[in-house]
Design a binder for this molecule. Structure first.
Ligand SMILES: NC(=O)c1ccc[n+]([C@@H]2O[C@H](COP(=O)([O-])OP(=O)(O)OC[C@H]3O[C@@H](n4cnc5c(N)ncnc54)[C@H](OP(=O)(O)O)[C@@H]3O)[C@@H](O)[C@H]2O)c1
Length: 306
């Protein structure tokens, strides 16, 4: 299979490229920078879609970049790096004489309203309630293919929780303070902490690209098939903190209050850390995907061990 991956040079993309390569698939990245094994977004627009059996978009300016102050220009980058790239790729797929068999977009669980009690599955109704949920709405809308193309190209949207892995994402920023014994719960700690190991997210994406990834029975909903990209385990931020401290053999006695995170990151994006949603991967499991790291203990052991 030939797979085209927008934003494939990043944390999740590297893992997905490794996994697809291991199974003998060929990967071409779409990037802002030219290079071997890549095309640029400008080339995609001018030359059209290169031959491929699957397309994925992982592009996006990091939301939790501690080096950037949360202001209008940052917010604009966060939106356009996701929505414009997604629209460009969807247009290229729609315009191609040979569209791919599958088109997979990775968004996030920010569409589900944070709650201590509500439990969200892929079919849960939601309407935008804040900036990040508006982002998810526009992002997923930008991916939709015209009906005639959608008859042959399977559209999938995967909504991951916090992606945990050794060499990127949130873990990269958390490991040092935890190693130094300065780790602690974020905000109240009782908030749900939806997460997935990066190998499982790559696994769910690869599974979605393949033919046998539909749940049993016809999916009669129009538009994309949604999969929640979270582990089956339901954890709170407190449980995550204690489990990470245990895996590292370090104390976790320094909670970081919500007002400190709000002041450091701006309240709109601090929400990602201080609030959370209980998300279940109901359809993901129904498609037959088998998790390598279904619980926090096994995921953190792989990440911090050896
Ligand atoms: N990591 C997580 O915990 C997490 C959780 C939920 C959802 N997600 C979503 O999953 C996707 C992949 O996450 P990731 O952690 O792999 O992301 P990442 O490593 O931060 O970035 C992925 C790629 O996006 C491209 N990119 C960065 N800034 C850009 C900009 N301003 N304009 C256009 N492209 C830009 C870069 O590719 P080039 O430099 O090659 O152009 C980069 O390698 C993202 O859309 C993210 O929102 C991630």
């Amino acid at each position: 299979m030939r797979v085209l991956i927008g934003g494939g040079s990043g944390f999740v993309g590297r893992e997905l490229t490794r996994l697809l390569g291991k199974h003998g698939h060929e990967v071409t990245l779409i990037s802002r920078k030219p290079g071997p094994g890549r095309i640029t977004w400008a080339q995609l627009q001018s030359d059209g879609l290169p031959p491929c059996d699957g397309a994925v978009n992982l592009s996006g300016e990091s939301i939790l970049n501690p080096m950037r102050w949360w202001n209008e220009s940052y917010r604009k980058d966060v939106f356009s790096s996701r929505i414009d790239t997604t629209r460009t790729l969807a247009h290229a797929i729609a315009a191609s004489p040979n569209p791919p068999r599958s088109w997979v977009l990775i968004t996030g669980v920010a569409c589900y309203k944070p709650s201590l009690t509500a439990e969200y599955i892929e079919d849960s109704e939601w309407t935008p309630f804040d900036l990040l949920s508006r982002l998810v709405k526009e992002w997923e809308a930008a991916a939709l293919l015209p009906e005639n193309v959608a008859q042959t190209t399977k559209q999938v949207v995967i909504r991951p929780g916090v992606v945990l892995g050794r060499d990127g994402g949130a873990m990269k920023q958390m490991l040092l303070p935890f190693w130094l014994g300065l780790g602690g719960t974020l905000g109240p700690g009782t908030q749900p902490f939806p997460w997935i190991h990066v190998r499982d997210l790559a696994g769910v994406i690869a599974h979605s690209l393949g033919p046998g990834s539909s749940p049993d029975g016809p999916d009669v909903r129009p538009g994309a098939q949604v999969l929640n990209g979270v582990a089956p385990a339901q954890n709170t931020n407190y449980e995550f903190t204690k489990e990470l401290g245990r895996a590292l053999g370090r104390p976790t006695v320094f909670p970081v209050p919500a007002f400190v995170l709000n002041a450091m990151l701006g309240s709109e994006r601090a929400l990602v850390l201080t609030h959370g949603q209980r998300v279940t991967p109901k359809r993901t499991l129904e498609t037959g995907y088998q998790y390598q790291y279904p619980d926090l203990g096994s995921a953190l052991k792989e990440i911090v061990g050896g």
